[in-house]
Design a protein around this ligand. Structure first.
Ligand SMILES: NC(=O)c1ccc[n+]([C@@H]2O[C@H](COP(=O)([O-])OP(=O)(O)OC[C@H]3O[C@@H](n4cnc5c(N)ncnc54)[C@H](OP(=O)(O)O)[C@@H]3O)[C@@H](O)[C@H]2O)c1
Length: 265
């Protein structure tokens, strides 16, 4: 199984995680429980959420209630003001059913200076293990790069996929240089990838890498970048979580193979 290292501590993580935007925003937890069970059974650990994702944090907490395998829980603070941030994070702990959050991220950099001060205090108290920032927009990349360079953070979460490679220019190299772990949001361009490759046969490079689907090729393309720690595809389907975690097996692409994946698109 392909594992990646968190630079700030050396802790190892399974290389493919699970997003929760839309897919887990449901009261019908029984409908998505098999996705979570299969994810954990196949060796997945990193689960990403946010108070922005409606009922997702609560659904994750309920799905993990009887789990035997420990997950690596990541969520976000997404509000302005110290007191509001504290209250929102307390709710996230309660909803996700944990006393210690593995990773707390500042969602879309909202009021990041205020929230970062709380996150640092909570990290020193042991309430959270890692501190991170996220943003989905290219317009925020400069600011994220500055934060990575100046503030001591553990994780950055950014958009990166075969259709959107803007992060390759500066943000990924900055994360690598400053020893910041990278969680990749939107690894399938929020599903747009599948429209693009519909009906296209897999290129030869797929067999070299042990990939049986475009989803696996897309994830391996990301894991072939040395700065990438963990892409977090979201899915509501067991067959898709099985497919996605298949990318944690076999070889990773070198530069030639990454170019071949892009050329095939
Ligand atoms: N600002 C932020 O912090 C931010 C912003 C965006 C995203 N995120 C995080 O990143 C996560 C991932 O991004 P995303 O959810 O936008 O998009 P994504 O993971 O790129 O794509 C999800 C879509 O791909 C489909 N899919 C998944 N696996 C598949 C497979 N093997 N074959 C075919 N289709 C497949 C899913 O549909 P099915 O349900 O049918 O499988 C879903 O429609 C989010 O869930 C969230 O946790 C964070």
């Amino acid at each position: 199984m392909i594992q990646r290292t968190i630079p700030s501590t050396g802790e190892q993580l399974p290389a493919v995680g699970l997003g929760s935007y839309q897919t887990f925003d449901t009261d019908d937890v029984a409908a998505v429980q098999p996705v979570m069970d299969r994810f954990l059974a196949l060796g997945g650990r990193v689960i990403d959420s946010s108070p922005m994702y409606g009922k997702a944090e609560g659904a994750i907490g309920r799905m993990l209630a009887g789990a035997k395998t420990p997950a690596f829980l990541a969520t976000k603070v997404w509000t302005r003001g110290k007191a509001e941030g504290v209250a929102q994070m307390e709710r996230s702990f309660q909803r996700m059913g944990t006393k210690q959050m593995d990773l707390m991220q500042i969602h879309n950099l909202v009021d990041w200076k205020t929230q970062l001060a709380t996150l640092r205090a909570w990290k020193s108290e042991g309430r959270i293990r890692y501190v991170g920032i996220t943003h989905y927009g290219h317009s925020a990349f400069d600011e994220m790069e500055q934060i990575i360079a100046k503030e001591k953070i553990d994780f950055v979460q950014l958009p990166y996929n075969v259709l959107d490679r803007a992060a390759e220019a500066r943000l990924l190299p900055a994360a690598q240089k400053h020893g910041v772990a990278v969680i990749v949001m939107e690894p399938f361009a929020s599903g747009a990838l599948f429209g693009k490759v519909k009906g296209k046969p897999l290129p030869k490079v797929a067999a070299e890498l042990g990939c049986t689907s475009w989803a696996q090729l897309a994830l391996k393309f990301l894991l072939g970048h040395p700065a990438v720690t963990c892409p977090i595809p979201a899915t509501s389907k067991v067959k898709h979580v099985e497919d996605n975690l298949g990318a944690m097996r076999g070889a990773l692409p070198d530069d030639r193979q990454r170019k071949a994946i892009l050329a095939a698109l």
